[in-house]
Design a protein around this ligand. Sequence first.
Ligand code: GLN
Length: 243
Amino acid sequence: MANYDISVAHLYGNLMNTYGDYGNIIALTYYAKQIGVSVDYHLVSLGDEFDAIAYDFVLFGGGQDYEETIVANDLKSKTNQLHDYIENDGALLAICGGFQLLGKYMIMADGTKVDGIGVMDHYTTNMYDDKLTTLTGERLTGNIVIKNNETDETYHGFENHQGRTFLGESERSLGTVISGNGNNGMDKTEGVIYRNVYGSYFHGPIFTRNGNLAKRVLITILNKKYPTIDWHSMLEAVETETF
Ligand code: GLN
């Protein structure tokens, strides 16, 4: 039997791993294993090169403002390769802080503006009083449920963020908020889909709680790498875990 494998980059996995976002890779590996695909894990962190053609999946997890500031600085050196990876339809899951940093900028809770790498069109802001001195918006925390109207899938998660993200014109949401806050607590959008990039504020992690999404992304990854195989049918035979 042929050997199939996928190569996974965990971007800043030692700094950006809020609520065990690494569990997304465990979930992906769990499904991959059942259809005979092995997963090679690579931590890509501060000072490391990110090679756009070396990976089949990238996870960029969440972090708090302090870690995000450190990562934002280093991320500049990876901008071109990440841009190429995304525009070449590479699959990527970005959670919370990772989601924020792929966009244009983010305004931290203390009012500091941190540049994102702008490989995607969204931006993240915060809510202040008129003098821009006091944070007025409450933290967006709690259980959340969204529905993706394109696939009819429902996703469950837990959100905990201060930043408010607004999507750009080229982007569509991962889903519409059924209960909870979502990207900004205002426009009922949650997360983002752009090419094969999925962004979300969901911890939980999103792939362990929503096996339907994990399988969907795994099919995308495998179809790109091994296009002659019917991965969809193979994964359909594997039971989907949801929590
Ligand atoms: N620091 C960001 C915010 O609070 C991201 C938080 C996170 O990744 N959980 O908006």
